[in-house]
Design a protein around this ligand. Structure first.
Ligand SMILES: Cc1cc2nc3c(=O)[nH]c(=O)nc-3n(C[C@H](O)[C@H](O)[C@H](O)COP(=O)(O)OP(=O)(O)OC[C@H]3O[C@@H](n4cnc5c(N)ncnc54)[C@H](O)[C@@H]3O)c2cc1C
Length: 259
């Protein structure tokens, strides 16, 4: 999707790579790109991406059927007998134009969690959803076409400290070895609560983004709520907590414990 068309102040269509689609209802589920897309249409949604690496281990003794939380890691048992390991204090936040723009909104979260992230200057200042893209034309290829996949290089140095922490907390798992490693950008909002909300200034537009690391888990419910809001059906849950307006109307937002 390149952009939105409006008539009389409400959504009347979308410009896509394959042409124009006339519609009165659009759900913007653009993940980390949502804020940038909205800004092009004069809508402000504070959002910033945090680099996160996780890894899977070789099979080991099954010490729990559910996730295990230690102060350093979260271990989730996998069907193949291994574990998925997320190191709690290894997120990377890069300095970006979006980060600067939304620094005030993210400050409480950063203050609370500053020990959990490392701040860096990196490529995301110049490319990707948190870079500066200004205005783009809807009849030309856009940044969304140039960057189909938001790549993230895994940070291998998180593995050994995480395995050491596991061995110290759960000696039965001291023999676990890394099997697969990957990374991604977690598209976060200042309160780590997604935006699943109509946009007051653009009737017909619903945003479902900013899942802040919880998008798989709550995907089915979030999709249902977004569909209800887009079609005018009674919402499956009270959407108030997910309103985009909470960032602008003086609502008191809770800084998340974790990033
Ligand atoms: C390392 C890591 C571990 C995670 N672990 C968990 C977990 O254990 N549990 C959990 O619940 N969640 C987890 N998450 C979070 C989860 O992956 C996300 O919350 C979820 O993928 C967000 O889904 P989404 O559909 O909002 O965004 P995405 O999955 O990013 O999808 C958005 C899509 O929109 C496309 N797009 C963007 N702009 C445009 C445009 N203009 N036109 C057309 N297409 C566009 C993008 O290319 C992308 O395909 C994890 C994330 C990471 C990075």
């Amino acid at each position: 999707m390149r952009g939105l068309d409006t008539t009389g102040g409400r959504i009347s269509g979308v410009f896509t790579e394959k042409g124009f689609i006339r519609t009165r209802a659009v759900v913007l589920a653009a993940g980390a790109w949502a804020s940038m897309f909205l800004r092009r249409h004069g809508v402000d949604m504070p959002q910033s991406s945090v680099h996160s690496t996780i890894f899977a281990t070789t099979p080991g003794p099954r010490v729990s059927e559910g996730p295990i939380y230690t102060p350093e890691v979260i271990l989730t048992p996998l069907l193949d007998g291994g574990y998925l390991v997320a190191a709690k204090a290894r997120g990377r936040l890069e300095l970006t134009p979006a980060g600067i723009r939304y620094a005030r909104q993210f400050l409480p979260s950063l203050r609370k969690n500053w020990k959990l992230v490392e701040l860096r200057f990196g490529r995301s200042f110049f490319e990707g959803p948190d870079a500066w893209h200004g205005k783009w034309s809807f009849d030309q290829p856009t940044v969304f076409q140039r960057m189909r996949v938001l790549e993230a290089k895994p940070k291998a140095s998180i593995v050994q400290p995480a395995l050491d922490a596991i061995a110290a907390a759960l000696p039965q798992l001291a023999e676990l070895k890394p099997a697969r490693l990957w990374a991604g950008w977690i598209d976060s909002t200042p309160d780590a609560v997604p935006v699943i909300s109509p946009v007051a200034t653009l009737p017909g537009l619903v945003v479902a983004a900013g899942f802040s690391g919880h998008g798989f888990g709550i995907g089915p419910g979030a999709g249902r709520l977004a569909a209800d809001l887009a079609t005018g059906a009674p919402p499956v849950v009270d959407p108030a907590a997910f309103a985009l307006s909470r960032f602008h109307d003086g609502s008191k937002l809770r800084a998340p414990a974790g990033i």
